[in-house]
Design a protein around this ligand. Structure first.
Ligand SMILES: [Zn+2]
Length: 326
């Protein structure tokens, strides 16, 4: 099994310019850089290709400034279909993608889909090294730039950043020194493709939490009516939790839950409602171990929402009474 550390550069349309963004593909990939490492994270090979854009042929000022790629250089690129075919055969059959950040695998697949190329095999697991770096060296939440991480680890800076191959090489150097257990325990799942049926919905287990990704539903109400979406099981032992605060939300985008496992204590749940490119809605649910303080925060959130709702109702009621009678 190899690791493919991939980095993409992309171009975009200009909202005011001649090349307006095309629906379904806001970013067009113009460069792919990748490094292949073996299962011991030893260097094997690199891949680099420039892509001649077919949608946004003029370089957006942001892309130009960031990457330093010139319009002339881009003309020498090859069509996306040819490059991706070469790239996927270079990747081989047994590999896992590693990226800096969470966007690249989604954009790669969105571009593949646009050109009618069969997508990566579902589900797509990968390692987001920006997230893993944060878990290893920071608080797990903040996200550092690749440059900041390279500086933090005192990795020699021989090339400038923001070109696909240079960034993939820097990322591979960071990857080589990250703790293997932390890497393995913190894999990510790309949701450009979501489960299409109940039987292939995703259940992932991590040391401190579990994650569930549902299939698509035609609207948000249907998502929350589904028993698997709202099920609450302990992320450690799988036992059904005793409900303390049932699922609630203030905006129908994020839902919260609080429960107790007889063995593992407090657990909090979160459902994030997401809209897929295809128009359907799906849920990403996490169930996480917490403590008294975490539990108190959920109670507080619920009280706040109830209070705000009461105030809104009162305001509505009083404005109704102030209306002149016809
Ligand atoms: Zn438990």
């Amino acid at each position: 099994m190899d690791y493919i550390i991939i980095d993409l550069e992309w171009n975009q349309g200009e909202n005011t310019g001649r090349e307006l963004p095309v629906s379904g593909i806001p970013f067009e990939i113009i460069e792919i850089g990748a490094v292949k490492l073996d299962e011991n994270r030893e260097y094997k090979d690199t891949f680099h290709a420039l892509i001649k854009p077919s949608l946004y042929k003029r370089l957006h000022p942001i892309t130009k400034d960031l990457t330093g790629i010139s319009q002339d250089e881009l003309k020498k690129g090859r069509p996306f279909k040819d490059v991706i075919s070469d790239f996927l055969s270079w990747c081989g059959s047994g590999y896992t993608f590693c990226t800096w950040g969470s966007g690249d695998i989604t954009e790669l697949q969105r571009n593949m889909n646009f050109y009618g190329i069969p997508l990566l095999s579902f589900p797509v697991y990968y390692y987001d090294l920006q997230k893993i770096f944060s878990i290893a060296y920071d608080d797990g939440k903040i996200r550092r730039s690749l440059e900041a991480a390279v500086e933090h680890l005192n990795i020699p800076q021989s090339q400038s950043f923001h070109r696909a191959l240079a960034d993939a090489l820097y990322t591979s150097k960071i990857f080589s020194v990250l703790d293997n257990t932390i890497i393995k325990e913190n894999y990510s799942i790309d949701t450009y493709q979501i489960p299409y049926e109940k039987h292939n919905e995703i259940y992932a287990f991590y040391p401190l939490y579990s994650k569930y990704i549902s299939r698509g539903f035609e609207n948000k109400t249907k998502v929350m009516e589904d028993k698997s979406v709202t099920a609450v099981l302990c992320c450690k032992c799988g036992k059904k939790l005793k409900k303390k605060v049932k699922w609630f939300s203030s905006n129908a985008k994020t839902y919260y839950f609080l429960g107790v496992c007889p063995t593992h204590g407090w657990l909090k749940g979160k459902i994030r409602m997401k809209r897929h490119d295809s128009g359907v809605y799906y849920a990403v649910k996490t169930i996480k171990l917490t403590d008294e303080k975490g539990a108190a925060e959920i109670y507080e959130k619920q009280t706040d929402i109830r209070k705000r709702r009461r105030e809104r109702r009162k305001k509505l009621h009083s404005s109704d009474q102030n209306k002149p009678e016809c």
